[in-house]
Design a protein around this ligand. Structure first.
Ligand code: FRU
Length: 472
């Protein structure tokens, strides 16, 4: 009955039983979170903004020089993520252990081949620096895909919630590049002696591209290879809504070859009208995707419109993640020089954006978005930066000491040359500082250092967990 409706929302309505519909909706976290995302449109990272990309003394990483340590002597180690608490802070397990997960492959394969046989292994450490190998995370044959690519993991009440990219299909005859996002849950065993994971539940595919917001493999045909990967679990501290953000591509009804650039992806006013966009740019359509949790077992997710799109700008916004500091949303991605659209120039680096709300307008950080660049003299020395809550940044050593040799020249050089110039180990951690949209690398720390760090959180009860929205 209407008079009993406690609904505090101004635009509430009543159903046929006279109950406050909107109030009822807001009692359901999923509905509440969905509502917050209604009418959301992605912020474009425009060509105009990307033209501002510059390597400066504030964003150029120090040169990585030998000797450096190998995180694992017989393994290539690349994309890495720490075990976190649900709120994003770095987990410290019983026994005092911090844990990292890495994509790995035996050092016997050429570095370029490693993506085809990537396996997730873990390492644990008490000082966050001397990493003890823990072995493979999943027993052989458990994980989906013919190999596993980057993901994320959190621990809660002794259980581990694990998200990863299932690439290709198990037992496929030839390597394929289908990408689906997968989930499993297991148990954490941790004491003074070390860390083990076990009792993994069945793995399930939780997200595939819908072809509406996110381009499918089929839709990408005739264009550049698509992405649908790198699931990053994240709770918005202001709403309490639980999301996966990921690397996607914008779906369009047209074939890649027939696309055109939308004005909003080019820039504003004079720039927009006076700018000739080079041919082929419209094929570049990277975005940062979003999915909303809809079941308590973490296996059901709803795809939502992306938060950021780089249509006509860049093909790959890789390993997206958000760091909430100073009450603002800092969205980071990594990208390559070779994935920028024609006419745009950006280094292999960490790029960032800041917004006042999760669904707000994301403004580029640093110079056109550039937060960490490889130094110009060694443009491929590191990759796959991931920013932790204390703004320290983990990455791996990629191709170093190339002295001007381009990546496209590597296949014609002796294998031994390639082996000798690929790091495959954790890079020195970099400490960043952020002031508004200005960012700076303020310190270079030990290789692979992960410090204990907590998230700031929001100073009130999250919107979708407040009972004052419930009535009727
Ligand atoms: C970034 C990346 C990820 C992917 C992985 C595959 O370095 O391309 O997007 O999960 O590498 O090796």
């Amino acid at each position: 009955n209407h008079s009993n409706c406690q609904c505090s929302h101004s635009n509430h309505s009543h159903d046929t039983d006279g109950r406050c519909q909107r109030c009822k909706k807001f009692c359901n976290k999923f509905e509440c979170c969905l509502e917050l995302n209604q009418n959301a449109t992605p912020t474009p990272w425009t060509r105009q903004q990307a033209e501002q990309i510059r390597i400066t003394s504030a964003n150029a990483a120090p040169l990585i020089q030998e000797p450096f340590e190998d995180t694992a002597p017989d393994l290539w180690v690349w994309d890495t993520w720490p075990l976190r608490e649900k709120d994003g802070s770095i987990a410290v397990l019983p026994g005092g252990w911090r844990v990292i997960f890495s994509l790995t492959a035996p050092r016997s394969v050429l570095p370029g081949k490693r993506h085809d046989i990537a396996t997730i292994r873990y390492f644990y450490s008490r000082d966050g620096q001397d990493w003890i190998p823990g072995g493979v995370v999943f027993p052989a044959g458990d994980a989906l895909g013919s190999r596993q690519w980057a993901g994320s993991a959190f621990v809660e009440n002794g259980e581990i919630y694990f998200f990863y990219t299932a690439t290709g299909r198990r037992n496929e005859a030839q390597v394929t590049y289908e990408q689906r996002m997968a989930f499993t849950k297991g148990e954490v065993f941790s004491n003074l002696n070390g860390v083990l994971f076990g009792n993994w539940e069945e793995h399930s595919i939780i997200l595939v591209p819908d072809g509406i917001y996110y381009q499918t493999q089929e839709q990408s045909s005739g264009g550049i290879i698509y992405s649908f990967r790198d699931p990053w679990f994240w709770i918005d501290p202001e709403s309490g809504c639980e999301y996966i953000i990921f690397e996607g591509n914008t779906a369009t009804p047209q074939q890649p070859i027939n696309r055109e650039c939308n004005p909003e992806n080019i820039g504003d006013g004079d720039f927009r009208s006076g700018n000739d966009v080079p041919n082929g740019s419209a094929q570049f359509n990277g975005n940062v995707g979003v999915a909303l949790l809809r079941s308590s077992d973490y296996r059901e997710w709803e795809l939502l419109p992306p938060i950021l799109e780089a249509d006509c700008v860049n093909q790959q916004l890789e390993r997206p993640h958000i760091v909430y500091v100073g009450g603002r949303y800092h969205l980071f991605i990594v990208s390559h020089k070779f994935t920028f659209a024609p006419g745009l120039e950006g280094p292999d680096g960490l790029y960032g954006f800041v917004a006042n709300d999760f669904r707000g307008t994301y403004v580029p950080l640093g110079e056109g978005g550039l937060v960490v660049a490889n130094p110009p003299e060694e443009p491929f020395q590191a990759y796959s930066w991931i920013v932790l809550p204390d703004l320290s940044t983990l990455s791996f050593i990629n191709y170093y000491n190339l002295e001007g040799i381009g990546l496209n020249e590597l296949p014609s050089l002796p294998d031994q040359f390639v082996f000798n110039h690929f790091g495959g180990t954790l890079a020195p951690t970099l400490q960043l500082s952020i002031n508004g949209t200005q960012t700076q690398i303020v310190n270079e720390l030990a290789q692979g250092l992960v410090m204990e760090s907590s998230t700031e959180g929001a100073p009130f009860t999250p919107v979708c967990e407040r009972t004052d929205h419930c009535g009727g």
